[in-house]
Structures are given as C-alpha cells and as structure tokens.
Design a protein around this ligand. Structure first.
Ligand code: SAM
Ligand code: SF4
Length: 358
C-alpha cells in the first residue's frame, strides 16, 4: 500500500480498548467517565480479520495499544492469533507497564504458547509466570513502556494514580522476560511537559542506561482536548536535548539508526547509549517517513493520528463486507492519507488519544 505522497504503509497501530487503569492528563480528559459499550468495540475475531487483510496488503508490523491494552480480558489470546497471520513479523505492545509484573494466569499447555509440553511445568509454575513472560511467549517482540518521571508525586499528578511502584516493577518484569527469552526491544517513552518533568530528563537517561533500555522523549501533542497543550506546558524536543547535553556533552546524531517510527536518535557521548526524540510538533519533516495506519478500538481506520479523518470499517464489516471489499476500503483510506498532520493548525482531532491509541 502506498499513498499519494510515496509513503509505503507497512505498520498498523491497533487500539484494542478505550479503557485504562490510569488517567493521564494529556491523554484522557478529566470529565471522561463512560467507556465505550462492549458491542461498539471490535472483537478479537474482527481485529484479527482486519489485521490479516492489512497483512495481505503489505503490513508487516502491528503494535497493540489502547487505552491500556493489558486491561482487556484475555489479551494473550489476541497475540496468539496475531502470530499465526502470514506476513506479520513484528508484534509490539504499548503499555503503561503497571500490569506487566502481574501473574499472567495463563493455563499450562495453552495452544500457541511455547511452554514445552514435556517440560513438566505444573499449574503452580504457570501461576507464577508474569504477564511480561506470557506476552513474550505469545509472540510479542517489542514493548514500549510509558514513563514520564521517577518522582512518585509527579507520576501521580500526571497519571491520576499512584502506580509508580507498579510501573517500575513492570519494567523490571519486562527486562527479566527479555533476559529469559529475548525481547529484541524494550523502549521507554517519556512525554515532555514543561513545569512538570524537565528535571526528570537526566534521571530518566540514567535509569535507562542502567537497564540498557532505549529512552525516547516525546513532544506533547494536542490530542484529546484543546486544553492539553499550552505555550506554558509545551517543552520542545530541542530544549530537552539541550538539557540532556548540559549534563553529558553534545549528543551525536545517528541518522541511520531507526526503529520503524518517527524518532530521531542520538548517541550519548562516551556511552553505549542512545536516546530518541519524537518532535511531532516542532519537527517540520516529521511526517515524511510515515509508514502508519491506525485502527481504533471502535473500528475506525485512521490514515493519520493528527487529522480528523477516520473511516468506519467496522460498520461495513458488520454489514457483511467480503475480504475483497475490506481490502478496497483499506486502499481507499490510504489514498486519503494527508501529506502531513494538521496538529499545528488544528488542535482538536475530535477524538481522545485513549480511544485512538497512541
Ligand atoms: N496506555 C499505554 C501507555 O500509556 O503507554 C498505551 C496507550 S498510550 C495512548 C500510548 C502513548 O501515547 C503513551 O506513550 C503516551 O504517553 C502517549 N500519549 C498519550 N497522549 C499523548 C499526548 N497528548 N501527546 C503525546 N503523547 C501522548
Ligand atoms: Fe492510559 Fe496510556 Fe492514556 Fe495514560 S497515556 S491515560 S496510561 S492510555
């Protein structure tokens, strides 16, 4: 699939729920109370069908997001389905990390899991498996974990919950699963907020270095409601870069290092560490390498996160569309992909990040 501007679409980001156990100020408006009714959310069968069709059109990477995807019931079974789709060779997850260290509760010998049937694993052994381990076993090979601060108070102010200890335990659980079975990538994502986490940038670089994780700083985007982003809470990536440089010296650009997304990476001088910067607002070339489509949990295909455009594929699918018709639908949406996002001109894409999936 290629759009009018030569963007080749190989990456589908799929939100599977609008629900979340946190309430980040930049993602969920304070007044949000009601979740989407179950019947308005794509079932796992429907989601899998759409991903299969996308794969037939050239999508090779899928990232499952939300809301908090790990709050959705039986989420492991979705990942197991995805691993069997021909053409999908990279399955990622975006999470706030708070549920990664929990017991997975997956039954022993569950189809699609890689537990050796002859290993003698007992029910009690399976019961001690963390969600991170179970996700790895179910085929997830990259995990992005949100971490904006290491300060418990700032964490609570930002997320509306005092779950920093759980998030940190989740990160350790992901690392443990990586060591045991190999997560090629664990990334930490920090949303930049002036007046809130500027003093956390260096501590986060240290935290990531100590654990060999790839840290990215992300500019606040005006998703959800217009009042998310003001002049006085917006912290541009360039300024975050200068803060990091004031501690470590000039960062060394690594233009050839890419991770399938819009981040620009730099090496920290004198260290075996990279940091990434995602400047959706200030980088005027941000959209040039876009390879993404988004599927919302309520079955809308979105050609661009930062645009009002979305198209209801759930409706046509539930009305009985054939695979060929759904393929045509995908191609039509790609045809409408804008050259670049309109965040800079228009502050309200009319949908909440928590439902679109970041
Ligand atoms: N709940 C998961 C999490 O927090 O990682 C996955 C969903 S969340 C919507 C995905 C990513 O979007 C997170 O890294 C979050 O920090 C980011 N995000 C949410 N709202 C944002 C905003 N207004 N600007 C920039 N990033 C945002
Ligand atoms: Fe939930 Fe993630 Fe949005 Fe925070 S950013 S409210 S954790 S979906």
């Amino acid at each position: 699939m290629e759009d009018r501007f030569g963007h080749r679409i190989s990456y589908l980001r799929v939100s599977i729920t609008d629900r979340c156990n946190e309430r980040c100020t930049y993602c969920m408006p304070r007044e949000l109370q009601e979740w989407l009714p179950r019947e308005d959310v794509l079932t796992y069968e429907e989601t899998t069908r759409l991903i299969r069709i996308a794969a037939e059109l050239g999508v090779s990477k899928v990232r499952i997001t939300g809301g908090e995807p790990l709050t959705r019931r039986d989420v492991l079974s979705l990942f197991q389905r995805l691993t069997s789709i021909p053409g999908i060779d990279d399955i990622g997850l975006s999470t706030n990390g708070t549920l990664l260290s929990r017991c997975s509760r997956r039954p022993v010998g569950d189809a699609g899991h890689k537990l050796d049937a002859g290993s003698g694993a007992s029910h009690s052994e399976a019961a001690t498996e963390t969600m991170a381990q179970a996700l790895r076993a179910a085929g997830v090979n990259s995990v992005n974990i949100s971490l904006d601060t290491l300060d418990p108070e700032v964490y609570a102010q930002t997320t509306g919950r005092d779950y920093l200890p759980q998030a940190l335990e989740g990160i350790e659980a992901a690392i443990a699963a990586a060591i045991a079975a190999g997560f090629p990538q664990i990334k930490l994502n920090c949303v930049l907020m002036r007046g809130r986490n500027e003093d956390q940038l260096v501590p986060l670089v240290e935290f990531a270095a100590a654990r060999k994780l790839l840290l990215r700083f992300i500019e606040l985007m005006p998703v959800s409601t217009g009042d998310v982003l003001h002049e006085d809470n917006f912290l541009p990536v360039a300024e975050a870069g200068r803060t990091v440089e004031s501690r470590y010296g000039a960062l060394i650009p690594e233009p050839t290092f890419r991770t399938n997304g819009p981040s620009s990476y730099y090496k920290v001088p004198g260290r075996d560490q990279r940091v990434g910067f995602i400047g959706a607002m200030s980088n005027l070339h941000f959209c040039e390498s876009c390879n993404k489509l988004r599927l919302t949990c309520d079955g809308k295909l979105r050609p661009c996160l930062g645009s009002y455009l979305e198209f209801d594929i759930m409706k046509v699918m539930r009305a009985g569309a054939t695979d060929a018709e759904l393929k045509r639908f995908f191609l039509d949406v790609v045809e409408r992909k804008p050259e670049q996002h309109d965040f800079r001109e228009s502050y309200q894409p009319g949908r909440m990040m928590v439902a679109i999936g970041g």
